[in-house]
Design a protein around this ligand. Structure first.
Ligand code: PGA
Length: 237
């Protein structure tokens, strides 16, 4: 089955590259593709491809300078949003409690959240990966209904694999996909799509495509490089 391809373009791209990128997208079958560009460029992408934001405020409309609300996204026509990316957890000190509040705001607007979770290298090395992931999910998904959890896409992104060129083995990825699906089904009676993220590129996507439990990818660096993203989209049969 073909996999979901989500590009998290982070803050990589300047505006002068956007048109070229859109031209590449137009040559592809975009049924399974979602692009999450900078807020500034959402308008350029949103009629070409399914489009997501990279963040949302947990506040309602009001005095929050520099923030963007879930209703602003919805009324602008945005139906996906990344939540809890490790860069925001680290640099903006986003907590799991914040992430839980953001999920509620998005789900109330019927925007699909792409929830990022993942362990640090030392956590994997001391065998606490599973505990770390469960602790994140316990708080991130706290008090959500089955109906809401069913709408979430989860991206498993080991922090040590993001932007480093390192990836877990296929077996390790498979194990985590199954663990997360099992957690969600046991605790919420829900079925979610689980993506892998962390150094997915044109070089390793063919091999990653062989892991059946992977429902798709969250792609950072390679999603703002036109030729690499083109290759990844085309590799997805
Ligand atoms: P990367 O980033 O593909 O550049 O490793 C993935 C992500 O942070 O979502």
């Amino acid at each position: 089955m073909s996999k979901l391809i989500i590009g998290n373009q982070k803050m990589y791209m300047d505006y002068d590259k956007v048109n070229d990128f859109i031209e590449m997208l137009k040559q592809n079958n975009l049924e399974n593709v979602i692009v999450c560009p900078s807020f500034l460029f959402l308008n350029d992408y949103k009629n070409i491809v399914k489009t997501g934001a990279q963040n949302v405020s947990y506040n309602d409309n009001g005095p929050s300078t520099g923030e963007i609300s879930s209703t602003q996204l919805k009324t602008f026509g945005i139906n996906y949003c990344i939540v809890g990316h490790s860069e925001r957890r680290e640099f903006q000190k986003e907590t799991d409690e914040d992430i839980n509040k953001k999920l509620v705001k998005l789900l109330n607007q019927d925007i699909t959240p792409i929830l990022c979770i993942g362990e640090k290298l030392e956590e994997r090395e001391n065998n606490s990966t599973e505990t770390v992931i469960k602790n994140e999910l316990d708080i991130d998904l706290k008090d959500l209904s089955t109906e809401f959890v069913n709408k979430i896409i989860i991206a498993y992104e080991p922090i040590w694999a993001i932007g480093t060129g390192l990836t877990p083995t296929n077996e390790q990825i498979d194990e985590m996909m199954k663990m997360i699906k099992n957690y969600v089904s046991t605790n919420f009676n829900a079925q979610v799509k689980v993506l892998y993220g962390g150094s997915v590129s044109d070089k390793n996507v063919d091999e990653l495509n062989t892991i059946d439990s992977v429902d798709g990818y969250l792609i950072g660096g390679a999603s703002s490089k036109k030729d690499q993203f083109d290759y990844i989209i085309k590799s997805n049969k």
